[in-house]
Write a new protein. Structure first.
Length: 644
């Protein structure tokens, strides 16, 4: 990339993209004696090793010793990155492929099967499931919160069905926001930019009595443009959202959390979205520590969504969910038992030839899980055996077991292995899709569709090599059976087409995270994933798409993130992102740089200049079979945040 200063945009590109070399060199030249110039905000290598997670085992444990492939994106990572939304935040996680085909949509998955309607990753935010039973995926453009309120995002790669249930086939993402006592006072943030028209957000946190804390927030965002053949293709659209959270500590061993959100892009200043959406949710969690080795947790939520899917479908959906979990420790055993129940009822209408039959349906998922974590040799060998049994309206009973083993011979080393089974049952669109052309039935869903299954073997190691360097490696081999296929009619080989289960797949790969902190002011994190996935057909299969609609995966995905703290209250951060080419449909690979230059003069003010996709004027990240090959543009944003 050459630096030509004939325009403001070129000047900004050179300042941000090349600034990492200059600023990092200046920082590296500093000695440890000036490290106390101001408090460092990013976590040190030692602190990262001590992070606690709750996704691998559905209980709090050390990330370093957890028996699973898990990465953590902290709230400080999001601040330093300048992430504007959840998909942007997930780009920082090792092993995730995040592709944006247009201004409003994202394809996100781990370990393969990345499509626009990716259906093998389960996602929760504060205990509320974000997936829709319509296609068992996540509608990312309506999943939002104030980024400043996120405490951490835990990304589990590999099956999580033994604890988190069906649809956690290739992984499970848990988004956890901060308790209200950590977000007291005022916060206001505003952003404007070259491609992102702008966003504003406000938050206030206060107290109700001595032990009850709350926060309320409101956020308004306008979305980036994307380009098709050099011209802006998606009209700029927007979303408004508001919500609250309250946390109460009635005594030393009991907490109660209540929270809720509402959102809509209807009646907003740029009310021209092709997918009008609105919704809201309300939920609560109650936790009580019975003693040092046992606790009880109850939670429930209600969620309502209304959405138009690009024209063919309008979905009106209500969901109720409740969970209970009891944990007790005795001897060398730590036992968890619990239940999860979900009831969802919908009304899906369509003015076109494409419809869902019947238009209204209610379905349930009821699950029981149990897990025993056994310390064979204290602090050295720990084994985990668990299973979840679920009954769904679409497939009947499902069984999802797991076996895990972790060995921690020293504090610096953890070696773990896992063998797990998970399933993706059919969902609404699989059974009810109907496409008619006049009187001809061109496509009809399959009410006898079976669940997709995976058997996964994993092996990993975490090793602190020196005081400055640590690595986290994971390898996996997966066998998928009864994957969804697109079949011709059994007699005529023409119409009606339907869904079948005649596809299978084998995959293997390696994931690596490297953490390096040469000085207290410099921190680097590198993430890489290699994936080899091969789809096959059953003998006699009538599938005519060869998995075209099921997977479009980059073989190589990588990130390299630099965090530097500079003199003069300055921060410089940059992330190199890389994804190799796609083949289904084909798309060249890309490498690009995101960067941020921040000034934090005191605890109240923060001003950031953020650059996205700096290496090219425009590039395409992902193309789906039902979308145009749109491109993301180089963009710049100015963000100001005030806290009081």
């Amino acid at each position: 990339m050459s630096c030509r200063f004939g325009s403001v945009s070129n000047l900004l590109v050179c300042t941000l993209a090349l600034g990492s070399v200059f600023l990092s060199s200046a920082t590296a030249a500093e000695t440890e004696t000036v490290a106390g110039d101001r408090d460092l905000k990013h976590l040190s290598l030692e602190e990262l090793m001590s992070l606690e997670v709750s996704t691998v085992s559905r209980k709090t444990e050390s990330w370093w010793s957890a028996p699973g492939a898990i990465d953590v994106v902290t709230g400080e990572d999001l601040r330093r990155d300048g992430s504007m939304n959840l998909p942007d935040a997930l780009r920082l996680g090792t092993g995730l492929q995040v592709g944006q085909p247009n201004a409003r949509e994202w394809a996100i998955s781990a370990r393969g099967f990345t499509i626009l309607a990716a259906n093998k990753m389960s996602v929760q935010m504060d205990g509320r499931s974000l997936y829709t039973p319509f296609f068992s995926g996540v509608i990312w453009d309506v999943q939002d919160t104030m980024m400043e309120d996120i405490d951490r995002i835990e990304i589990l790669r590999g099956p999580g069905g033994a604890l988190w249930g069906t649809y956690a086939v290739n992984g499970f993402i848990q988004i956890l926001t901060k308790p209200a006592w950590d977000t007291q006072g005022w916060l206001a943030s505003a952003t404007t930019g070259t491609e992102n028209p702008g966003s504003v957000s406000f938050r206030y946190g206060g107290k109700l009595g001595a032990q009850t804390f709350f926060r309320t927030y409101a956020k308004y965002s306008q979305y980036d443009w994307t380009y098709l053949k050099g011209a802006r293709s998606h009209p700029s659209s927007d979303m408004a959202q508001a919500g609250f959270r309250a946390d109460s500590r009635s005594d030393a061993d009991t907490t109660l959390t209540l929270q809720g959100d509402v959102y809509s892009n209807k009646g907003t200043p740029r009310d021209n979205s092709p997918t009008p959406s609105s919704g809201g949710n309300f939920g609560g969690q109650w936790r009580r520590a019975l003693d040092l080795k046992s606790d009880l947790q109850l939670s429930a939520y209600y969620d309502h969504t209304s959405r138009t899917y690009g024209g063919p479908f309008f979905e009106d959906r209500d969901t109720l969910s409740a969970s209970a979990k009891y944990r007790i420790g005795f001897g060398r055993h730590d036992v968890q038992v619990g239940t999860d129940t979900l009831v969802s009822w919908d009304n899906i209408s369509s003015p076109s030839a494409i419809s869902i039959q019947p238009p209204k349906r209610t379905y349930t998922t009821v699950g029981l899980f149990a897990q025993d974590t056994i310390s064979f040799v204290p602090n050295h060998w720990v084994g985990t055996v668990g299973m979840k049994v679920e009954h769904t309206s679409f497939s009947g009973y499902e069984y999802q077991p797991t076996l895990r083993l972790a060995w921690t011979p020293t504090r610096e080393t953890t070696i773990w292995a896992a063998l797990s089974h998970a399933v993706r049952p059919p969902v609404r669109i699989d059974e009810g899709l109907l496409v008619k052309v006049g009187d001809l039935v061109a496509f009809q869903g399959n009410e006898n569709l079976k669940s997709e299954t995976v058997l996964a073997a994993e092996l990993g190691i975490r090793k602190k090599i020196t005081e400055l360097l640590a690595v986290d490696l994971a390898g996996f081999a997966n066998r998928y059976d009864d994957l969804r296929s697109y079949d011709n009619a059994p007699t005529t080989n023409t119409f009606p087409w339907t869904f079948g289960n005649s596809l299978n797949a084998r995959s293997s790969g390696v994931e690596a995270t490297v953490l390096y902190q040469p000085l207290s002011r410099i921190f680097l994190k590198a993430g890489y994933r290699y994936l080899d996935l091969v789809l096959t057909k059953d003998p006699g299969s009538r599938d005519f798409q060869n998995g075209l609609f099921e997977a479009n995966d980059a073989r190589h995905v990588g990130t390299l993130t630099l965090r530097t703290d500079l003199r003069g209250h300055l921060e410089f951060d940059s992330t190199l992102r890389y994804a190799s080419g796609l083949s289904r449909p084909s798309l060249p690979g890309y490498a690009t740089i995101d960067a941020r230059l921040g000034w934090v003069p005191n605890e109240r003010w923060e001003i950031s200049l953020i650059g996205r996709n700096l290496t090219d004027p425009r590039h395409a990240e992902f193309v789906a079979t039902n979308t145009s090959n749109e491109e993301l543009a180089r963009s710049f944003m100015l963000k100001m945040t005030w806290r009081y």
